[in-house]
Design a protein around this ligand. Sequence first.
Ligand SMILES: *[C@@H]1O[C@H](CO)[C@@H](O)[C@H](O)[C@H]1NC(C)=O
Ligand SMILES: *[C@@H]1O[C@H](CO)[C@@H](O)[C@H](O)[C@H]1NC(C)=O
Ligand SMILES: *[C@@H]1O[C@H](CO)[C@@H](O)[C@H](O)[C@H]1NC(C)=O
Ligand SMILES: *[C@@H]1O[C@H](CO)[C@@H](O)[C@H](O)[C@H]1NC(C)=O
Ligand SMILES: *[C@@H]1O[C@H](CO)[C@@H](O)[C@H](O)[C@H]1NC(C)=O
Ligand SMILES: *[C@@H]1O[C@H](CO)[C@@H](O)[C@H](O)[C@H]1NC(C)=O
Length: 400
Amino acid sequence: MAKFLLSCIIAICCASLSIAMDSASNSYSQPTTSEILVGKGPGWECKYTTMPPYMYNCGCTRISELRLADVNFFDNTVTDLWVPCNAKLPSYNASVFDGLPSFIRQIKIWDCFEEEVGKEVLYGLINIDSLDLVNMLSLFVNRVLDHWITEPLAPVRLDPELFASVPQLRKLNLRWLFMDTFPEALYHKINGQAPLQNMLELDLSWNRIPDVKSEYFSNMIKLNVLDISFNHIHNLSDSLLMLRNLQRLHIKGNHIESLDGSPFKTLRELSTLVLSQMRPIINITLPGHVGHKYPQRGALRFIHPSSFVGLWNLKELQIDINSIELIQNGTFDPLIKLEQLNLSVGLISTIEEDGFRGLQSLSSLDLSYNNLSCIGNSVFENLPALLKLNLEGNYPREPL
Ligand SMILES: *[C@@H]1O[C@H](CO)[C@@H](O)[C@H](O)[C@H]1NC(C)=O
Ligand SMILES: *[C@@H]1O[C@H](CO)[C@@H](O)[C@H](O)[C@H]1NC(C)=O
Ligand SMILES: *[C@@H]1O[C@H](CO)[C@@H](O)[C@H](O)[C@H]1NC(C)=O
Ligand SMILES: *[C@@H]1O[C@H](CO)[C@@H](O)[C@H](O)[C@H]1NC(C)=O
Ligand SMILES: *[C@@H]1O[C@H](CO)[C@@H](O)[C@H](O)[C@H]1NC(C)=O
Ligand SMILES: *[C@@H]1O[C@H](CO)[C@@H](O)[C@H](O)[C@H]1NC(C)=O
């Protein structure tokens, strides 16, 4: 499977490169190649790509075979290194990147580890800003989705001290590792020192993390972007309150049925919140959306007047594809800067008169595919800035 995916990706990259080449060669100057070999050995090969995205592409059969010390990193303006593996190693615990030139700032390690990533793997990376350690290729999300739901792979375990050697890291992507607990490596203190205190962006989506707790994030107070979509989280409680600098929060596809308390009350900087399609419970297909299937409606049923307290700067709120039936008075009261609200594909049958009170900046409201048969006179009077309203596909048609 991994082998097949990898060869597809490479084929796609090469195809687009050669198309660009052909059109470029019309105005002939000198034959160019899109890739220059900069190192090669048994089981690995590194190329420098001379067209966007400029990078060093160091593919290998297994990560243990890669010899980056033998690569001629000649262009110090190219700061990206991509390491796709053809086969995953069950466990590895030796330095892969020791001696890498200091101008490499972004590293993508794809499909290299199956069960365990030892702490020595990241030794020597004192200059990188951004790291991807992912196991599935996002281009194939839809094909992998069924597999992800029905046949989870074994979780990849990260050594609790894995990130101790990269305290400067600002961006980390840990998608598709099937992790079934929140990785200790993200918060485990060593000699009283917490890891990753400079993190700005963290992507933990497409794992199987069952919970989030406030202590998991206490070291990441600078975080701007958190993506914990498609995990198994049931309850947010107070777990995110440390993240006072968060600007974008993606929680789509978890198991949250009710937004109890005020889980975002300290997130004053948040501008985008995505709560779409919580744990899928039934299959639905939207009429008129041929080829666009919403496989299952989400489980989020209850939002309350306290749910969104604190979100004074929120601009975009997505709660589409869920099972909300009722919008109570004052639910959106704090959201005075909100511009876009998506409540499409739900079971809303009642919007109380003051349900949209407070939304003085709202310009786009999507209520399509709900169960609305009538809406009170003054509901929309609370929306002085509204430009776009979608009420398509409501009652008396059967709700989806
Ligand atoms: C990796 O090696 C170090 C010693 O260099 C050891 O402390 C650590 O436990 C090892 N980790 C794994 C996951 O084997
Ligand atoms: C969520 O977690 C909090 C604290 O852990 C607990 O008090 C509350 O009952 C939980 N709510 C649900 C719906 O599980
Ligand atoms: C959803 O639909 C698929 C086929 O399209 C079916 O295999 C699956 O059992 C359905 N799931 C539920 C929860 O109905
Ligand atoms: C709202 O969400 C639905 C379902 O995901 C999507 O089809 C629609 O385009 C969204 N509406 C807007 C205005 O973005
Ligand atoms: C909602 O607000 C309207 C207008 O202020 C009021 O008439 C109505 O009784 C309220 N509904 C509930 C359930 O409190
Ligand atoms: C839709 O709303 C009607 C009342 O207007 C209610 O009787 C019906 O059960 C609702 N349908 C669903 C699927 O919730």
